[in-house]
Design a protein around this ligand. Structure first.
Ligand code: AMP
Ligand code: ZN
Length: 464
């Protein structure tokens, strides 16, 4: 039975979807004004992990992740660069999907764009207006939070200090400046606009997630995800909007991912302490090692990012990979051996992997289970004390790991592809008499433990 932490109750709860085995899940997606940094990807990779895990548990998941293509940041970028909002947002939306793929994240079932749901947002505002939860001031429509009884239910904000009638126009702000927030912003010079019952303007940021989750998942759904920085104000305001309009609390489980830090501080664009995925790939890091690193610390703990961390994630993957290769190479040997010692111990390590994930996705413990398993299995194989059942159990565990963590470890094939590509590159260089480049490629491969031999039948390669 899966247990997950629910920010709403601040407790680890048994996961019971509203309509078993269906699970409806909404994830706040990227604001497409720039390349996402790997702090953002800690959140998105974890969302992917949660979906993979739920699917592995045989839930039928319907997932929606929005694309924020209009807000203060996207407009600012489009004005700074003198490019249309659509050109800016489409460029970074494409980059986002490319990066997701590089990190082996599966796309959500639906990725709605905010600008394509203006009508739904206007309808929602009309509902809120009917309930007496809005007012107009200087051409913009605001949410009157003092009229919504449950304001603060998620972030546990103390409503006492909030000034009645004080307003805030910006999309992002801290708990300390909690105010009536803007639903529909009156038209401003240099900003795109749509017409509405309250005049020309554009939606505030929070509105889109309430409108789009309702459209695609209904008034009440199972899981809503985001980084912890979204608890306030974004998700608090989402509840105010959705529940304000329907009277129903929209989300059963609020799932928030802790931050990726750099030297103890949140990785963020504004602090300038960030790496994009592309920066890291350019430095030669393997995306699967980055994925492994992002998942290696349980999602509710902060994770301090270092480049060394990626190297050690890479070694961890290698350990799993070597084990898989060994099992593949030696499996025939054990085909006729029916029993072995310590099988129970191996089963216990595998159980630790599975049970730790049920315990609020404790990935660190789960990986501990895998490495203990590998250590034990290797030592048994060293002694020749292995069996057919041991082989099958090992393959089962490896495929569970690959499926749930989304990390493929059949790397021999990819090494082959890489070597073949390099050999072709070297032949081209030799044809052009660029022997310096040809030698450089040969040396690069040698460093990877691959030896090239020029034979009359062409180039052959072998592992050192
Ligand atoms: P944004 O594109 O700024 O709307 O952010 C996309 C997602 O990344 C949101 O769910 C944020 O909460 C999350 N996020 C932003 N910074 C970090 C960080 N340093 N670590 C983890 N998640 C983050
Ligand atoms: Zn959102």
């Amino acid at each position: 039975m899966l247990r997950i932490f629910n920010t709403l109750s601040r407790k680890v709860e048994e996961f019971k979807p509203l309509d078993y085995p269906k699970v409806k899940m909404y994830s706040c997606g990227p604001t497409v004004y720039d390349y996402a940094h790997i702090g953002n990807f800690r959140t998105f990779v974890t969302v992917d992990f949660l979906r993979r895990y739920l699917k592995w548990k045989k839930y039928e998941v319907l997932s929606v992740m929005n694309i924020t293509d209009i807000d203060d940041k996207t407009i600012k970028k489009s004005n700074e660069e003198g490019v249309s909002l659509k050109d800016v947002t489409l460029k970074y939306e494409n980059a986002f999907f490319e990066d997701l793929e590089t990190l082996n994240c599966v796309r959500s079932d639906i990725h709605p764009r905010a600008t394509e749901h203006i009508e739904e947002m206007i309808e929602l505002c009309k509902d809120l207006e009917k309930k007496g939860l809005t007012y107009i001031s200087q051409g913009s429509l605001y949410y009157r939070i003092s009229n919504f009884e449950k304001y603060g239910i998620l972030s546990k904000i103390d409503k006492e200090g909030i000034l009645e009638g004080a307003r805030i126009d910006s999309d992002e702000y801290e708990k300390e400046s909690a105010r009536d927030f803007v639903l529909w912003k009156g038209k401003k010079e240099g900003e795109p606009y749509w017409s509405s019952p309250w005049g020309d303007g554009r939606p505030g940021w929070h509105l889109e997630c309430s409108a789009m989750s309702k459209k695609y998942l209904g008034e009440v759904f199972d899981i809503h995800t985001g980084g912890v920085d979204l608890i306030f104000p974004h998700h608090e305001n989402e509840i105010a909007q959705s529940c304000g309009a329907t009277g129903l609390e929209p989300v059963k489980y609020w799932f928030h991912i802790e931050h990726l830090l750099v030297n103890g501080e949140k990785m963020s664009k504004s602090k300038g302490n960030f790496f994009t995925l592309r920066d890291l790939l350019q430095k030669g890091f393997d995306p699967m090692a980055i994925r492994f690193l992002l998942l290696s610390v349980p999602y509710r703990k902060r994770l301090n990012f270092t480049l060394e961390g990626i190297d050690s994630a890479k070694s961890s993957i290698k350990r799993i990979e070597s084990f898989k290769i060994r099992i593949e190479d030696e499996k025939e040997k054990y085909q006729n051996i029916e029993s072995q010692s310590n099988l129970e111990e191996l089963k216990n390590h595998k159980k630790r992997f599975e049970e730790s994930l049920e315990d609020d996705l404790n990935t660190a413990e789960a990986l501990g289970g895998i490495f203990e398993y590998i250590r034990e299995a290797n030592s048994l194989m060293d002694k020749g004390e292995f069996s057919k059942e041991g082989v099958n159990l090992s393959f089962e565990l490896l495929s569970e790991f690959e499926e749930i963590f989304g990390i493929s470890i059949s790397r021999r094939e990819s090494l082959e592809k890489e070597v073949e590509r390099k050999i072709l590159e070297r032949e081209e260089a030799r044809k052009k008499k660029d022997f310096a480049l040809a030698d450089k490629i040969r040396n690069e491969l040698k460093e990877k433990g691959v030896i090239l031999e020029d034979t009359p039948k062409g180039v052959r390669w072998r592992k050192e």
